[in-house]
Write a protein that binds this ligand. Structure first.
Ligand code: FAD
Length: 454
């Protein structure tokens, strides 16, 4: 049997990515093709994990705090959430350890909300908690980093240049856009999606909704003192702008929200959204049977997607000898292109895993369902294995595969989780109380954070 030709060669050196990958993906990205600020791939992810000491994580809310910057590797499954939690439990101590594991748990919480709500996470999950009148478009001066506010312009510049922002900068920028500029959170979500290397529907959309108060009990906002304190006065020291963030929280609240906000959540699940109907039913699928070792003439193929770009991915681990395919989703990316560095970052992940596998791995550009069906036929496969993700596209693509290749058996493997909790999710605090002991593997340290800053 001859291997089907791969559209995108998986041995391109980094120097050729802007040229060769840029040409293969023409029309699917914004801006100039250039390399990501940090290299993608499992090797780079593991190197970043091992290089991070975690010392000083307790100061994580300060821009100078020693945060891990592992989000882009976690997002694409280049390293696993348990793989990150395990060394943190050994290396970090006391409150520092608890805080880090708690932050990791935010990511799991958001994924579980996505699993529960499906595509609804892209709409207001709740009514805003103040009389909001938002416009839809991202203002040109914001996109161009020409607001005349040095801090805001720096956040935009860093977002585009690095594909990453500190959590506090993300919160400040989101609050600025939604509350000061009265722009709908969806425009901010789309801007982040375009540029973040860790851009992810769950953490991104739900964090924006958390700031907007459509997934929280009140809007998040900050004042100039807060920015100055947590940025080490990085911008304020020399700033001559007419600062819109200046004022007490009471003054800003009156100015931004036409008066008082609702009282803070009473506790736990209070003020949580009403229970919604379950998200769109997943298409009928087969869960994995015990895996038998297979030879090279395997009747299986594996679909590798952007959440599992590592040989440790569940479907790839289960089928080490099966040919695997990654597809750059042409119809999807033509509709909502993203900046090139993110595509190159993913390419580097696929390239790493192709080099690490003994079975063939291919990358193509096209419509995912059709490409998968053709790939399975070309290899004479009777089974397609894949690791589940909770995005609306996943369900849509599997339905497309079934339509294009009704005889193909689809076997869905479960992704790695940090917790075993499988009930409904509503607010982080309530979720945390249920999983805290499992995540921390014991009682919290005496000075562990309670509710506080997210
Ligand atoms: C408006 C907005 C949009 C965001 N969009 C994304 C996104 O698209 N993808 C994304 O991974 N994170 C997103 N975040 C969450 C958070 O800002 C990043 O995960 C974090 O800044 C990544 O840096 P780090 O790896 O150094 O984090 P660390 O503090 O070192 O935390 C370790 C890991 O825990 C997880 N994590 C930490 N904080 C959060 C959090 N608040 N929410 C969810 N997960 C968290 C991440 O996987 C992170 O890599 C967003 C936050 C805001 C306010």
């Amino acid at each position: 049997m001859t291997a089907p030709p791969a559209d995108v060669p998986l041995d391109l050196p980094d120097a050729q990515l802007p040229g060769v990958l840029g040409a293969a993906l023409a029309g699917l990205y914004t801006g100039e093709p250039r390399l990501p600020a940090r290299p993608g791939g499992r090797a780079a992810g593991l190197a970043a994990l091992h290089a991070w000491t975690g010392a000083g994580y307790r100061e994580r809310n300060h821009l100078s705090g020693n945060v891990s910057r592992l989000s882009m590797y976690l997002r694409h499954g280049m390293i696993g959430i348990r793989e990150v939690a395990a060394p943190a439990r050994h290396v970090l101590r006391g409150r520092e350890q608890d805080e880090f594991l708690r932050q990791l748990t935010w990511g799991e919480f958001f994924r579980l909300v996505l699993r529960q709500e499906g595509a609804r996470v892209l709409d207001n999950l709740e009514e805003p908690k103040y009389p909001a009148r938002w416009t839809d478009a991202l203002p040109d001066d914001v996109r161009a980093a020409r607001t005349d506010l040095p801090c805001v312009d720096a956040w935009v510049t860093h977002l585009i240049r690095d594909g990453w922002l500190h959590n506090h900068e993300r919160l400040w920028f989101a609050a600025y856009l939604i509350h000061w500029r009265a722009v709908h959170w969806r425009a901010g979500y789309a801007f982040f999606r375009e540029h973040l290397l860790d851009g992810d529907i769950a953490s991104n959309a739900l964090s924006w909704q958390w700031v907007a108060s459509t997934f929280s009990n009140k809007p998040y906002f900050m004042n100039q003192e807060n920015i100055e304190r947590f940025s080490g006065s990085r911008w304020c020291r020399t700033c001559t702008a007419n600062c819109p963030f200046r004022g007490s929280y009471e003054e800003l609240e009156a100015r931004l929200f036409s008066g008082r906000l609702p009282e803070e959540a009473l506790s736990g699940e209070a003020g949580a959204p009403p229970r919604a109907a379950p998200a769109e039913e997943p298409a009928a699928e087969v869960v994995p049977a015990p895996i038998q070792p297979t030879g090279l003439a395997s009747p299986r193929v594996v679909w590798v997607h952007g959440d599992g770009l590592s040989v440790t991915d569940a479907a790839l681990s289960a089928c080490p000898d099966a040919p695997a395919l990654f597809v750059f989703d042409r119809p999807f990316l033509s509709g909502v292109p993203i900046a090139f560095p993110r595509l190159a970052f993913m390419y580097q992940g696929v390239r790493d895993l192709a080099a690490a596998r003994r079975a063939p791995t291919h990358a193509r550009v096209g419509a995912v369902a059709g490409e998968l069906a053709a790939f399975a036929r070309a290899y004479g496969a009777g089974e397609l294995h894949v690791t589940r993700n909770f995005t609306p596209e996943f369900t849509r693509i599997l339905a497309g595969v079934r339509a294009a290749h009704p005889d193909l058996r689809v076997v869905v493997h479960e992704p790695e989780r940090l917790t075993s909790y499988d009930g409904p999710v509503r607010r982080f605090f309530g979720f945390w109380k249920k999983v805290e002991r499992e995540v921390l593997q014991g009682a919290p340290s005496p000075d562990a954070p309670r509710r506080g800053h997210r």
